[in-house]
Design a binder for this molecule. Structure first.
Ligand code: SF4
Length: 341
């Protein structure tokens, strides 16, 4: 019989487990301690549970941690890990060290339904949602886990298309009964799914990053098919009407394509639609993928675009591309070549 995984369960779910197998209610908190604070990898190690309780627990449950199966290392220090999920599918996770900071970029789905034209994951199609266990295992089983300062949900998949498991993983990362991370060190990205954004903003305190890529609906629709259902205005209305506190941040990701979305017309329209929203734009130079008609912009054009937006009063930064030589940079994650066994 396949045992159920304990790692990735919220405190409420652990309480339900203890009830189901007849353990006292307080043992759920003890189990959470072992899973998330003491970092045990065996039920047998949970020594403040009685031997009988450990035996009952092990009958149907296991911890459920598993190491990555492969790693590629970039010349810039970025590492790309390969994890097996969903019974023989694969996902990739990027570890990005940067001076005092170390960020992990986690995947939330195997493949993706959104079909963005500039993205290798989008080309791969959709294989399935990751469980909270599979999302968090990418962080906990990362060899550099203890170095991490930031977590971004910007790997494979659209996090808000898997909102329940993503919210569970955020609960475990930020609750004091588990990891107790500050939500200000965690950012979740989205193409702008309306319902998911509402749920995320209400039920989590983590930062939000919205992929914008163009202020014009028709252009955005050509880049990101999801735009067929959600317009820029609908996405911005949700943000405008939400009461962001001083700690919580919203940012817009803007992949810059040569000759496509880098003109003064785009700068003026971005300034117009973002007026009154306290935000930041992160510019990312497009990383070319095979068969794509898009072109990477010249470095000078990227700087000019950034400065023009800053001059319009929109805080704009350029995100350095990392891990390009190992296909770990933005838009390049894909496991379509991995063998499913
Ligand atoms: S950019 Fe993100 S949402 Fe779009 S296809 Fe790629 S993984 Fe999915």
């Amino acid at each position: 019989m396949q045992k159920e995984r304990l790692y990735g369960k919220t405190l409420n779910e652990l309480i339900a487990v203890t009830r189901k197998i007849g353990l006292p209610g307080f043992s759920a908190k003890q189990i959470a301690d072992w899973l998330y604070k003491k970092k045990t990898d065996s039920v047998e190690d949970m020594t403040n549970l009685s031997k009988r309780a450990r035996d009952i627990l092990s009958e149907g449950y296991e911890i459920g941690l598993y190491p990555p199966e492969n790693v590629s290392v970039s010349s810039d220090g970025t590492k790309k890990y390969l994890y097996k999920v969903l019974r023989n599918k694969y996902i990739e996770t990027a570890y990005i060290p940067d001076n005092e900071q170390a960020t992990v970029c986690v995947s939330s789905q195997s493949g993706c339904k959104m079909g963005c034209l500039f993205c290798m994951t989008g080309k791969q199609g959709f294989q399935g949602n990751l469980s909270s266990n599979e999302i968090l295992n990418q962080i906990r089983s990362l060899p550099e886990f203890s170095n991490l300062t930031n977590i971004v949900y910007m790997g494979m998949g659209e996090p808000l298309d898997n909102i329940q498991e993503v919210l569970k993983s955020l609960d475990i990362l930020t609750s004091t009964w588990a990891y107790g991370w500050s939500p200000t060190r965690i950012t979740v990205s989205t193409v702008g799914l309306i319902k998911g954004m509402r749920d995320f903003l209400e039920k989590s305190r983590c930062h939000l990053a919205v992929s914008l890529h163009s202020p014009f609906d028709d252009e955005r629709r050509n880049l990101m098919p999801v735009q067929r259902t959600n317009t820029v205005k609908e996405v911005l209305d949700i943000i405008r009407n939400f009461d962001f506190n001083s700690q919580r941040r919203v940012s817009f990701e803007y992949i810059l394509f040569k000759g496509l979305n880098d003109t003064p017309r785009h700068i003026n329209e971005l300034a117009r639609i973002l007026r009154g929203i306290k935000c930041r734009i992160n510019i990312i130079s497009y990383n070319p993928i095979p068969g794509s008609p898009f072109k990477r912009p010249d470095p000078g054009a990227v700087v000019n675009f950034k400065e023009a937006l800053n001059a319009k009063g929109i805080l704009t930064t350029i995100r350095a591309s990392r891990g390009g030589d190992i296909q770990a940079a933005c838009g390049l994650l894909s496991t379509s070549q991995e063998k499913s066994v």
